[in-house]
Write a protein that binds this ligand. Sequence first.
Ligand SMILES: *Cc1c(COP(=O)(O)O)cnc(C)c1O
Length: 426
Amino acid sequence: MDFHSSLAEHGSSQTFASEADAPDPLAHFRSKFHLPKSPDGHDLIYFAGNSLGLQPVTVRTYIEQELDDWARLGVEGHVHARKPWLPYHEFVADPLARLVGAKPVEVVAMNSLTVNLHLLMVSFYRPTPERYKIVIEKGAFPSDQYAVESQLQFHGYDRSGIVELTPRDGETILHTDDILTTIDREGDAVALIMLGGVNYYTGQAFDMSAITAAGHAKGCIVGFDLAHAAGNLKLDLHDWNVDFAAWCSYKYLNAGPGGIAGIFVHERHAFSFDLPRFAGWWGHDKESRFKMGPDFKPLAGAEGWQLSNPPIFQLAALRASLELFDQATIAELRKKSEKLTGYLEFLLNNIETERISIITPSDPAARGCQLSIRVHHADRSLFEKLTAQGVIADWREPDVIRVAPVPLYNSFTDVYRFSKILEELV
Ligand SMILES: *Cc1c(COP(=O)(O)O)cnc(C)c1O
Protein backbone atom coordinates (compact mmCIF):
# COMPACT_ATOMS: atom_id res chain seq x y z
CA MET A 1 0.00 0.00 0.00
CA ASP A 2 1.44 3.43 -0.78
CA PHE A 3 1.98 6.01 1.89
CA HIS A 4 -1.07 8.10 1.14
CA SER A 5 -3.57 5.27 1.16
CA SER A 6 -2.10 3.87 4.34
CA LEU A 7 -2.28 7.37 5.85
CA ALA A 8 -5.95 7.60 4.97
CA GLU A 9 -6.59 4.20 6.52
CA HIS A 10 -4.36 4.08 9.62
CA GLY A 11 -3.03 7.61 9.98
CA SER A 12 -4.63 8.26 13.32
CA SER A 13 -3.40 5.05 14.93
CA GLN A 14 -0.77 5.41 17.61
CA THR A 15 1.71 3.16 15.86
CA PHE A 16 1.56 4.89 12.48
CA ALA A 17 4.43 7.26 13.26
CA SER A 18 6.87 4.61 14.49
CA GLU A 19 5.95 2.38 11.57
CA ALA A 20 6.68 5.24 9.19
CA ASP A 21 9.98 6.13 10.90
CA ALA A 22 11.36 2.57 10.97
CA PRO A 23 11.85 2.09 7.20
CA ASP A 24 12.69 5.78 6.51
CA PRO A 25 16.00 5.75 4.59
CA LEU A 26 16.72 9.32 5.75
CA ALA A 27 16.04 8.77 9.45
CA HIS A 28 19.73 8.48 10.32
CA PHE A 29 20.35 12.08 9.24
CA ARG A 30 18.75 13.23 12.47
CA SER A 31 21.84 12.09 14.36
CA LYS A 32 23.97 14.37 12.17
CA PHE A 33 22.42 17.46 13.79
CA HIS A 34 22.47 19.01 17.23
CA LEU A 35 18.87 18.93 18.46
CA PRO A 36 17.99 21.55 21.06
CA LYS A 37 16.89 20.02 24.35
CA SER A 38 14.53 21.02 27.11
CA PRO A 39 15.97 21.79 30.58
CA ASP A 40 15.15 18.22 31.62
CA GLY A 41 17.09 16.79 28.70
CA HIS A 42 14.36 15.82 26.24
CA ASP A 43 14.60 16.61 22.53
CA LEU A 44 12.41 19.61 21.81
CA ILE A 45 10.06 19.31 18.85
CA TYR A 46 11.96 21.54 16.46
CA PHE A 47 9.63 22.78 13.73
CA ALA A 48 11.46 26.05 13.05
CA GLY A 49 13.86 24.82 10.37
CA ASN A 50 12.17 27.29 8.01
CA SER A 51 13.46 30.07 10.23
CA LEU A 52 16.82 28.85 11.48
CA GLY A 53 17.98 25.37 10.51
CA LEU A 54 19.77 23.22 13.09
CA GLN A 55 23.52 22.89 13.34
CA PRO A 56 25.07 19.96 11.49
CA VAL A 57 27.46 18.17 13.85
CA THR A 58 30.30 18.49 11.31
CA VAL A 59 30.13 22.29 11.17
CA ARG A 60 32.45 22.61 14.14
CA THR A 61 35.17 20.48 12.50
CA TYR A 62 34.91 22.42 9.25
CA ILE A 63 35.22 25.77 10.98
CA GLU A 64 37.98 24.54 13.29
CA GLN A 65 39.99 23.46 10.27
CA GLU A 66 39.96 27.04 9.02
CA LEU A 67 40.77 28.41 12.48
CA ASP A 68 43.74 26.02 12.67
CA ASP A 69 44.97 26.89 9.21
CA TRP A 70 44.68 30.57 9.96
CA ALA A 71 46.64 30.05 13.21
CA ARG A 72 49.25 27.94 11.46
CA LEU A 73 49.64 29.86 8.23
CA GLY A 74 48.36 33.40 8.61
CA VAL A 75 48.04 35.04 5.22
CA GLU A 76 49.54 32.02 3.51
CA GLY A 77 46.27 30.25 4.14
CA HIS A 78 44.86 31.97 1.07
CA VAL A 79 46.98 29.59 -0.98
CA HIS A 80 48.22 26.89 1.40
CA ALA A 81 45.27 26.13 3.66
CA ARG A 82 44.05 22.56 3.21
CA LYS A 83 41.11 24.18 1.50
CA PRO A 84 42.72 27.36 0.15
CA TRP A 85 40.76 30.51 0.85
CA LEU A 86 41.31 32.17 -2.54
CA PRO A 87 39.10 29.72 -4.41
CA TYR A 88 37.10 28.68 -1.31
CA HIS A 89 33.73 29.79 -2.67
CA GLU A 90 34.28 27.48 -5.63
CA PHE A 91 34.04 24.45 -3.32
CA VAL A 92 30.32 25.06 -2.85
CA ALA A 93 29.43 25.75 -6.50
CA ASP A 94 28.75 22.13 -7.48
CA PRO A 95 26.59 21.24 -4.47
CA LEU A 96 24.70 24.54 -4.69
CA ALA A 97 24.08 23.91 -8.39
CA ARG A 98 22.73 20.43 -7.64
CA LEU A 99 20.52 21.85 -4.94
CA VAL A 100 18.76 24.44 -7.09
CA GLY A 101 18.85 22.71 -10.46
CA ALA A 102 21.53 24.91 -12.00
CA LYS A 103 24.88 24.68 -13.72
CA PRO A 104 27.88 25.51 -11.51
CA VAL A 105 28.59 28.63 -13.57
CA GLU A 106 25.11 29.90 -12.69
CA VAL A 107 25.54 29.98 -8.89
CA VAL A 108 27.76 31.55 -6.30
CA ALA A 109 27.67 31.94 -2.52
CA MET A 110 28.08 35.54 -1.45
CA ASN A 111 26.85 38.24 0.95
CA SER A 112 23.42 37.98 2.50
CA LEU A 113 20.01 37.75 0.93
CA THR A 114 18.68 41.31 0.86
CA VAL A 115 22.05 42.63 -0.25
CA ASN A 116 22.00 40.16 -3.11
CA LEU A 117 18.46 41.09 -4.13
CA HIS A 118 19.66 44.66 -4.51
CA LEU A 119 22.77 43.70 -6.44
CA LEU A 120 20.72 41.56 -8.78
CA MET A 121 18.13 44.30 -9.26
CA VAL A 122 20.94 46.67 -10.21
CA SER A 123 21.51 44.39 -13.19
CA PHE A 124 18.04 43.04 -13.85
CA TYR A 125 15.69 45.87 -12.97
CA ARG A 126 16.24 48.31 -15.77
CA PRO A 127 13.10 50.43 -16.00
CA THR A 128 12.07 52.61 -18.90
CA PRO A 129 9.19 55.13 -18.81
CA GLU A 130 6.96 52.61 -20.61
CA ARG A 131 8.08 49.56 -18.70
CA TYR A 132 9.03 50.22 -15.10
CA LYS A 133 6.70 48.23 -12.84
CA ILE A 134 7.65 45.42 -10.48
CA VAL A 135 5.28 42.54 -9.70
CA ILE A 136 5.47 41.07 -6.20
CA GLU A 137 3.06 39.02 -4.13
CA LYS A 138 0.94 40.88 -1.58
CA GLY A 139 2.32 40.00 1.82
CA ALA A 140 5.83 39.42 0.50
CA PHE A 141 8.48 39.27 3.22
CA PRO A 142 9.01 42.87 4.45
CA SER A 143 12.66 43.03 3.43
CA ASP A 144 11.66 42.21 -0.15
CA GLN A 145 8.97 44.89 -0.09
CA TYR A 146 11.47 47.47 1.18
CA ALA A 147 14.05 46.39 -1.36
CA VAL A 148 11.62 46.64 -4.26
CA GLU A 149 10.18 49.98 -3.22
CA SER A 150 13.62 51.48 -2.66
CA GLN A 151 14.74 50.27 -6.10
CA LEU A 152 11.72 52.01 -7.62
CA GLN A 153 12.58 55.18 -5.73
CA PHE A 154 16.22 54.92 -6.74
CA HIS A 155 15.09 55.06 -10.37
CA GLY A 156 12.70 57.95 -9.75
CA TYR A 157 9.44 56.06 -9.34
CA ASP A 158 7.28 55.46 -6.31
CA ARG A 159 5.26 52.61 -4.84
CA SER A 160 2.59 53.05 -7.48
CA GLY A 161 5.06 51.11 -9.62
CA ILE A 162 4.42 48.01 -7.52
CA VAL A 163 1.90 45.54 -8.91
CA GLU A 164 0.76 43.38 -6.02
CA LEU A 165 -0.64 39.93 -6.67
CA THR A 166 -3.60 39.82 -4.33
CA PRO A 167 -5.75 36.83 -3.35
CA ARG A 168 -9.41 36.84 -4.28
CA ASP A 169 -11.83 38.33 -1.74
CA GLY A 170 -12.02 36.21 1.37
CA GLU A 171 -9.12 33.98 0.26
CA THR A 172 -5.55 33.76 1.49
CA ILE A 173 -3.62 32.06 -1.26
CA LEU A 174 -3.16 32.97 -4.88
CA HIS A 175 -4.55 31.04 -7.83
CA THR A 176 -1.91 30.35 -10.47
CA ASP A 177 -4.46 31.35 -13.11
CA ASP A 178 -4.89 34.74 -11.49
CA ILE A 179 -1.12 35.27 -11.36
CA LEU A 180 -0.80 34.43 -15.05
CA THR A 181 -3.77 36.64 -15.97
CA THR A 182 -2.28 39.59 -14.11
CA ILE A 183 1.05 39.11 -15.84
CA ASP A 184 -0.72 38.97 -19.17
CA ARG A 185 -2.81 42.06 -18.44
CA GLU A 186 -0.10 44.27 -16.89
CA GLY A 187 2.98 42.71 -18.49
CA ASP A 188 3.68 45.39 -21.11
CA ALA A 189 4.39 47.90 -18.34
CA VAL A 190 6.31 45.42 -16.14
CA ALA A 191 10.09 45.43 -16.05
CA LEU A 192 10.50 42.81 -13.36
CA ILE A 193 8.52 40.02 -11.72
CA MET A 194 10.03 39.08 -8.39
CA LEU A 195 8.17 36.63 -6.19
CA GLY A 196 9.07 34.38 -3.30
CA GLY A 197 9.44 30.75 -4.43
CA VAL A 198 7.47 29.88 -1.29
CA ASN A 199 5.65 32.67 0.52
CA TYR A 200 7.06 32.91 4.05
CA TYR A 201 3.67 33.54 5.65
CA THR A 202 1.21 31.24 3.91
CA GLY A 203 3.71 28.55 2.90
CA GLN A 204 2.32 28.66 -0.64
CA ALA A 205 4.78 27.49 -3.32
CA PHE A 206 4.40 29.22 -6.65
CA ASP A 207 4.54 27.59 -10.06
CA MET A 208 7.88 29.13 -10.96
CA SER A 209 8.08 27.48 -14.34
CA ALA A 210 4.68 28.78 -15.50
CA ILE A 211 5.27 32.24 -14.04
CA THR A 212 8.65 32.52 -15.74
CA ALA A 213 7.19 31.50 -19.09
CA ALA A 214 4.30 33.95 -18.74
CA GLY A 215 6.66 36.77 -17.76
CA HIS A 216 9.01 36.09 -20.64
CA ALA A 217 6.10 35.99 -23.07
CA LYS A 218 5.43 39.61 -22.08
CA GLY A 219 9.08 40.63 -22.20
CA CYS A 220 9.57 40.84 -18.42
CA ILE A 221 12.59 39.71 -16.42
CA VAL A 222 11.66 37.06 -13.84
CA GLY A 223 13.50 36.52 -10.58
CA PHE A 224 12.69 34.61 -7.40
CA ASP A 225 13.51 34.99 -3.75
CA LEU A 226 14.10 31.41 -2.70
CA ALA A 227 14.61 32.01 1.03
CA HIS A 228 11.84 29.50 1.79
CA ALA A 229 12.37 27.32 -1.26
CA ALA A 230 16.08 26.47 -1.32
CA GLY A 231 16.61 23.15 0.45
CA ASN A 232 12.84 22.75 0.70
CA LEU A 233 11.56 22.23 -2.84
CA LYS A 234 13.09 20.47 -5.78
CA LEU A 235 14.10 23.35 -8.01
CA ASP A 236 15.05 23.38 -11.69
CA LEU A 237 16.08 26.98 -12.11
CA HIS A 238 18.06 26.41 -15.27
CA ASP A 239 15.35 24.46 -17.08
CA TRP A 240 12.64 26.81 -15.87
CA ASN A 241 14.59 29.59 -17.53
CA VAL A 242 14.46 31.82 -14.46
CA ASP A 243 16.57 34.94 -15.03
CA PHE A 244 17.95 35.23 -11.51
CA ALA A 245 17.31 34.04 -7.98
CA ALA A 246 18.64 34.61 -4.50
CA TRP A 247 18.33 32.74 -1.23
CA CYS A 248 19.68 32.69 2.30
CA SER A 249 21.38 29.65 3.80
CA TYR A 250 20.35 29.81 7.45
CA LYS A 251 16.79 28.51 6.96
CA TYR A 252 16.40 25.12 5.29
CA LEU A 253 20.10 25.10 4.39
CA ASN A 254 21.30 24.89 8.01
CA ALA A 255 24.41 27.02 7.49
CA GLY A 256 24.00 29.02 10.68
CA PRO A 257 22.70 32.43 11.77
CA GLY A 258 23.55 35.14 9.26
CA GLY A 259 25.05 32.47 6.99
CA ILE A 260 26.40 33.32 3.57
CA ALA A 261 23.66 33.56 0.95
CA GLY A 262 23.50 32.34 -2.64
CA ILE A 263 22.53 33.62 -6.05
CA PHE A 264 21.61 32.15 -9.41
CA VAL A 265 22.05 33.97 -12.72
CA HIS A 266 20.91 32.07 -15.77
CA GLU A 267 23.63 30.98 -18.15
CA ARG A 268 22.19 33.10 -20.93
CA HIS A 269 23.21 36.17 -18.92
CA ALA A 270 26.58 34.67 -17.97
CA PHE A 271 28.44 36.45 -20.70
CA SER A 272 26.33 39.62 -20.81
CA PHE A 273 29.15 41.85 -19.73
CA ASP A 274 27.22 44.94 -20.76
CA LEU A 275 24.65 44.49 -17.96
CA PRO A 276 25.02 47.28 -15.42
CA ARG A 277 26.41 45.95 -12.21
CA PHE A 278 28.03 47.16 -9.03
CA ALA A 279 31.54 45.85 -9.24
CA GLY A 280 34.13 44.69 -6.73
CA TRP A 281 37.45 42.92 -7.01
CA TRP A 282 36.12 39.43 -6.27
CA GLY A 283 33.96 39.60 -9.37
CA HIS A 284 37.00 40.48 -11.46
CA ASP A 285 38.76 38.08 -13.78
CA LYS A 286 40.83 35.71 -11.62
CA GLU A 287 43.94 35.74 -13.83
CA SER A 288 44.39 39.47 -13.54
CA ARG A 289 42.77 40.17 -10.15
CA PHE A 290 46.07 40.61 -8.38
CA LYS A 291 47.56 42.76 -11.10
CA MET A 292 45.45 45.38 -9.34
CA GLY A 293 44.70 47.23 -12.56
CA PRO A 294 42.06 49.97 -12.78
CA ASP A 295 39.75 48.31 -15.34
CA PHE A 296 37.06 45.97 -14.13
CA LYS A 297 36.82 42.78 -16.14
CA PRO A 298 33.92 40.70 -14.81
CA LEU A 299 34.11 36.95 -14.44
CA ALA A 300 31.69 34.98 -16.55
CA GLY A 301 28.63 33.67 -14.75
CA ALA A 302 27.31 34.30 -11.26
CA GLU A 303 30.82 34.72 -9.87
CA GLY A 304 31.03 38.01 -11.72
CA TRP A 305 28.48 39.48 -9.28
CA GLN A 306 30.77 39.00 -6.27
CA LEU A 307 32.15 42.10 -4.64
CA SER A 308 34.28 41.09 -1.69
CA ASN A 309 36.36 38.17 -0.63
CA PRO A 310 33.89 35.96 1.24
CA PRO A 311 33.68 35.03 4.95
CA ILE A 312 35.50 31.70 5.08
CA PHE A 313 33.98 30.54 8.39
CA GLN A 314 30.49 30.99 6.99
CA LEU A 315 31.46 29.19 3.82
CA ALA A 316 32.93 26.37 5.93
CA ALA A 317 29.60 25.95 7.69
CA LEU A 318 27.82 25.95 4.35
CA ARG A 319 30.19 23.28 3.00
CA ALA A 320 29.42 21.04 5.95
CA SER A 321 25.72 21.52 5.45
CA LEU A 322 25.67 21.04 1.69
CA GLU A 323 27.52 17.77 2.11
CA LEU A 324 24.47 16.42 3.92
CA PHE A 325 22.18 17.59 1.12
CA ASP A 326 24.41 15.79 -1.34
CA GLN A 327 24.28 12.60 0.71
CA ALA A 328 20.54 12.69 1.16
CA THR A 329 19.72 14.28 -2.23
CA ILE A 330 17.02 16.88 -2.62
CA ALA A 331 14.86 14.45 -4.59
CA GLU A 332 14.70 11.99 -1.66
CA LEU A 333 14.28 14.78 0.87
CA ARG A 334 11.35 16.14 -1.07
CA LYS A 335 9.71 12.70 -1.16
CA LYS A 336 9.98 12.38 2.60
CA SER A 337 8.90 15.97 3.09
CA GLU A 338 5.65 15.43 1.22
CA LYS A 339 4.89 12.50 3.51
CA LEU A 340 5.84 14.32 6.73
CA THR A 341 3.80 17.40 5.90
CA GLY A 342 0.94 15.29 4.56
CA TYR A 343 0.92 13.38 7.86
CA LEU A 344 0.95 16.62 9.84
CA GLU A 345 -1.94 17.98 7.78
CA PHE A 346 -3.89 14.75 8.25
CA LEU A 347 -3.49 14.83 12.03
CA LEU A 348 -4.35 18.53 12.29
CA ASN A 349 -7.46 18.07 10.18
CA ASN A 350 -8.54 15.31 12.54
CA ILE A 351 -8.46 17.56 15.58
CA GLU A 352 -12.01 18.62 16.35
CA THR A 353 -11.82 22.31 17.00
CA GLU A 354 -12.98 25.65 15.67
CA ARG A 355 -9.92 27.42 17.02
CA ILE A 356 -7.47 26.70 14.23
CA SER A 357 -7.36 26.17 10.48
CA ILE A 358 -4.58 25.55 7.97
CA ILE A 359 -4.10 28.30 5.40
CA THR A 360 -1.31 26.60 3.43
CA PRO A 361 -2.51 24.93 0.20
CA SER A 362 -3.43 21.27 0.60
CA ASP A 363 -1.97 20.41 -2.81
CA PRO A 364 1.53 19.03 -2.08
CA ALA A 365 2.82 20.64 -5.30
CA ALA A 366 1.77 24.05 -3.97
CA ARG A 367 3.70 23.91 -0.70
CA GLY A 368 6.93 22.72 0.87
CA CYS A 369 7.50 21.57 4.46
CA GLN A 370 5.66 24.38 6.15
CA LEU A 371 2.07 24.51 7.29
CA SER A 372 0.72 27.85 8.47
CA ILE A 373 -1.92 27.43 11.11
CA ARG A 374 -4.31 30.33 11.50
CA VAL A 375 -5.36 30.79 15.10
CA HIS A 376 -8.83 32.24 15.22
CA HIS A 377 -9.26 35.45 17.23
CA ALA A 378 -5.48 35.85 16.93
CA ASP A 379 -5.07 34.05 20.23
CA ARG A 380 -1.32 34.13 20.71
CA SER A 381 -1.55 32.32 24.03
CA LEU A 382 -1.93 29.06 22.10
CA PHE A 383 1.50 29.59 20.62
CA GLU A 384 2.96 30.40 24.02
CA LYS A 385 1.51 27.23 25.49
CA LEU A 386 3.01 25.19 22.66
CA THR A 387 6.39 26.70 23.42
CA ALA A 388 5.98 25.85 27.10
CA GLN A 389 5.29 22.24 26.08
CA GLY A 390 8.58 21.95 24.19
CA VAL A 391 7.52 22.89 20.67
CA ILE A 392 9.78 25.30 18.78
CA ALA A 393 7.72 26.95 16.06
CA ASP A 394 7.01 30.58 15.37
CA TRP A 395 4.26 33.11 15.57
CA ARG A 396 3.80 35.51 12.67
CA GLU A 397 1.55 38.51 13.15
CA PRO A 398 -1.33 38.85 13.04
CA ASP A 399 -2.54 35.31 13.67
CA VAL A 400 -0.40 32.49 12.29
CA ILE A 401 1.70 29.73 13.84
CA ARG A 402 4.17 28.38 11.31
CA VAL A 403 5.33 24.81 11.72
CA ALA A 404 7.81 23.15 9.41
CA PRO A 405 8.75 19.51 9.87
CA VAL A 406 11.93 19.24 7.80
CA PRO A 407 12.90 15.90 6.31
CA LEU A 408 16.59 16.04 7.26
CA TYR A 409 16.07 15.91 10.99
CA ASN A 410 12.38 15.67 11.82
CA SER A 411 10.57 12.39 12.24
CA PHE A 412 7.02 11.15 11.93
CA THR A 413 7.16 10.73 15.70
CA ASP A 414 7.88 14.47 16.07
CA VAL A 415 4.78 15.16 14.01
CA TYR A 416 2.69 12.80 16.09
CA ARG A 417 3.90 14.27 19.39
CA PHE A 418 3.21 17.77 18.12
CA SER A 419 -0.33 16.94 17.08
CA LYS A 420 -1.07 15.39 20.47
CA ILE A 421 0.22 18.46 22.30
CA LEU A 422 -1.80 20.76 20.08
CA GLU A 423 -4.93 18.64 20.41
CA GLU A 424 -4.59 18.81 24.18
CA LEU A 425 -4.28 22.61 24.08
CA VAL A 426 -7.22 23.37 21.81
C1 LIG B 1 14.23 35.24 5.62
C2 LIG B 1 13.94 36.13 4.49
C3 LIG B 1 14.69 37.28 4.25
C4 LIG B 1 15.78 37.70 5.20
O1 LIG B 1 16.68 38.55 4.60
P1 LIG B 1 18.18 38.68 5.10
O2 LIG B 1 18.77 39.62 4.13
O3 LIG B 1 18.78 37.31 5.06
O4 LIG B 1 18.19 39.20 6.51
C5 LIG B 1 14.37 38.04 3.14
N1 LIG B 1 13.38 37.69 2.30
C6 LIG B 1 12.64 36.57 2.51
C7 LIG B 1 11.55 36.21 1.55
C8 LIG B 1 12.90 35.78 3.61
O5 LIG B 1 12.14 34.71 3.83
